[in-house]
Design a protein around this ligand. Structure first.
Ligand code: 7RM
Length: 656
């Protein structure tokens, strides 16, 4: 069944589409049955799901783990290459099927499609380019690119060689790129001259150049020509993508990697310190992203699936590139933004490309909802079958609008809860299987065992409760480590509640056992579905020469879900608050990127601190929420009067 024997392999390839349909859950009764089996016999359950792939060597053991000093291995000693499963195995049956449909930023520009055969050839070619530059298995490669097919090609080319990709979102600053490159000592940086976003051009190469002034590990920089604008060139280091590709053969055997060899690193913010490099490995990630993609989106054979995320985030890794390609689906890559040239862009693309499954974030829905129905009206949206949501809690108003005006009340909404660390979707409805309740992520997928804990770490077994969301058993795509610092991984996710993976989220469970995710309970702010650590923003603000100290908390934001509210103490009287605030915003943009810019800055004479010097963030959060009805006990503060001074100056409290 899995042995690399050409006859059996081709039988398997021919069978795989049928086999896949047997993995699809078609009724609630079947869901219940499969869920129960996944808990009673997880190893048997996942072995069946792993069996349909091409393996060079079968695993000896399905799972080996402990949550104490933390280690997890899935499909132990298996050997495989994920790109053979994304590409090669589809060639015999559907080589001419569209793999990637690329929709450029400008609706007047021609897009591009790549069939499975064409994508396979380009991936092989770029693997050969990397190989010619000395990239070998285990090397790290940083990708800082726009949403163009070449980003997916570069991702897969790394995986074909067993090199570890580290994609850095195109909105991050030079400082953020160099931090990430240095943390994992990337050897190669792949970028483009520029990126188009709406009516703007972002000079990615200039930013990359600045980053590379402090990244000694980078030997070569490969530049894809996207915008055609001027770039500075460092001879000997910089290489044009098209020139290198022209020299490369389209033939590149996939190397055999171990199930637990690293596939990629993706940096994500936590409650303390610099972003950490979440490391995912190969086989478990492959099995899980494929299984969840197939069940949550259920694409038919000729369907077109579109996830609007950027590949710079985990959603793009798992549900634009790997999940869909593993399933042999057609996946759309969109370069643009939802509101340009107007707020009908998503709906226009859905009609143009006849999209059947559409996956986006609540923040985009809220901004499009605000733009008015006149932007939806011109489009039929009649091809849509399933709508997805991800990244943050979806509010009821946005859920209902999405369901009614986009899905025309006939498309189920899958509200998918998961994290960079989980690799794939953990809690989600299954379309036309799970009875929906607006704003609820509903039930765990098979193989996922969520629990709610009290702050003391006690499991809450009854329903109609709220608690800290933890998972008590590993699933195949669970985080393996944080790059270069395993102790940080153990302490962050397994240290707080021994025996459980701690998500950092709070959740409610209702009478049907449905989960509703409330949001982060740690010092992470979810801005437009993107995780920003308060400590990172504070560090950036503190770089301003006038700043003595700062405290950053979340505030409610009508479009972004959460905004960033910064309380800042200065060492001098600020003459022009406007000029000072602009400088602070500039500093944050420089240190992190525009996504981390505070929405509200309040200059304060002091912060509410306990006698031991700890900032009482609870009080600042209340003020940022504009809710001072119950500030709780302030008697332990060093100087309780500071609270009134802050309240008096808080823009959120004006008129209260
Ligand atoms: C996929 C992704 C993870 C955090 C997570 C939550 C929040 C994500 C939902 C959600 C409510 C959802 N990865 N989150 N999905 N909250 N409902 N459906 O976003 O690592 O960038 O963020 O996002 O707080 O912990 S992420």
């Amino acid at each position: 069944m899995y042995i690399c024997n050409s006859v059996r392999q081709s039988i398997k390839i021919i069978q795989h589409l049928e086999v896949m349909s047997s993995l699809i859950i078609k009724s609630f009764a079947q869901y219940k049955k499969e869920y129960a089996r996944s808990v009673e016999n997880p190893e048997g359950f996942w072995a069946e799901r792993a069996d349909e792939f091409v393996w060079h060597r079968k695993w000896d053991k399905v799972l080996d783990y402990n949550f104490v000093d933390y280690q997890t291995q899935w499909f132990v000693n298996g050997k495989l290459n994920i790109t053979e499963n994304c590409l090669d195995r589809h060639l015999a049956t559907q080589g001419d099927k569209k793999a990637i449909v690329w929709e450029p930023n400008d609706p007047n520009d021609a897009g591009q499609t790549l069939t499975y055969r064409e994508l396979h050839a380009k991936v092989c070619q770029f693997s050969n380019v990397l190989k010619s530059l000395g990239v070998v298995q285990g090397d790290r490669v940083c990708l800082y690119m726009p949403m163009i097919p070449e980003l997916a090609i570069a991702v897969l080319a790394c995986a074909r060689l067993g090199a570890v990709h580290s994609v850095v979102f195109g909105g991050f600053s030079a400082q953020s790129i160099s931090d990430r490159i240095n943390d994992s000592a990337c050897k190669i940086l792949v970028t483009s001259d520029g990126a188009f976003r709406g009516n703007k051009e972002i000079k990615l190469k200039d930013i990359a150049d600045e980053a590379m002034s402090s990244t000694p590990s980078v030997e070569k920089c490969i530049v894809f020509k996207r915008t055609g604008s001027f770039v500075h060139w460092t001879a000997g280091r910089d290489l044009w993508w098209h020139e290198e590709m022209a020299k490369a053969s389209v033939d590149c055997p996939a190397i055999s990697v171990d199930s637990e060899d690293p596939l990629f690193i993706l940096y994500t913010s936590g409650s303390t310190g610099k972003p950490k490099g979440v490391l995912h490995t190969t086989a478990g990630y492959m099995v899980y992203t494929h299984y969840t993609f197939a069940n949550v989106f259920r694409p038919g054979k000729n369907d077109v699936y579109w996830c609007t995320a950027d590949i710079g985030w985990i959603t793009g890794h798992s549900y634009i590139v790997y999940g869909p390609l593993l399933a042999g689906a057609t996946t759309v890559m969109f370069e643009g933004i939802p509101t340009w040239p107007d707020a009908g862009r998503f709906w226009q693309v859905i009609d143009k490309l006849k999209v059947n499954q559409f996956y986006t974030a609540p923040t985009a829905l809220r901004s499009l909802m605000g733009a008015g129905l006149q932007h939806v009206a011109p489009y039929s949206l009649s091809t849509l079958k399933v709508l997805g949501s991800v990244g943050e809690p979806i509010n009821e108003e946005a859920w209902i609008w999405y369901h009614k005006y986009i899905g025309k009340s006939r498309c189920p909404i899958v509200d998918t809860w998961w994290q960079t660390e989980t690799g794939g979707i953990l809690i989600s409805p299954l379309p036309n299987v799970t009875k929906l309740k607006p704003t609820m992520a509903t039930l765990p997928l098979p193989g996922v065992q969520p629990v709610l804990l009290t702050p003391e770490g006690k499991e809450i077994t009854e329903n109609n409760v709220e608690g800290l969301l933890c998972i008590k058993y590993p699933w195949p795509s669970i985080i393996r480590t944080t790059y270069g610092d395993h102790e940080r991984c153990r302490a962050t996710y397994f240290g707080l509640f021994p025996g459980y993976y701690f998500t950092g989220d709070g959740a409610k469970r209702d009478e049907d056992g449905y989960y509703r995710i409330i949001g982060r309970v740690d010092d992470v702010i979810n801005v437009s579905g993107h995780r920003i650590g308060t400590a990172e923003v504070e560090d950036a603000i503190n770089k301003h020469p006038f700043v003595v100290e700062s405290a950053v908390v979340a505030c409610p934001h009508p479009i972004k879900g959460q905004g960033i509210y910064a309380f800042i103490i200065c060492d001098r009287t600020i003459v022009s608050e406007k000029a000072f605030k602009d400088e602070v915003l500039l500093e944050v943009t420089k240190q992190i990127g525009a996504i981390a810019k505070p929405d509200i800055i309040q200059v304060v004479p002091g912060l509410p601190k306990t006698r031991s010097g700890k900032i009482m963030r609870r009080i600042l959060r209340k003020i940022a929420e504009g809710d001072i009805s119950n500030l709780g006990d302030t008697s332990t503060l060093l100087d309780p009067s500071i609270v009134d001074v802050i309240k008096a100056g808080a823009p959120t409290l004006k008129g209260k």
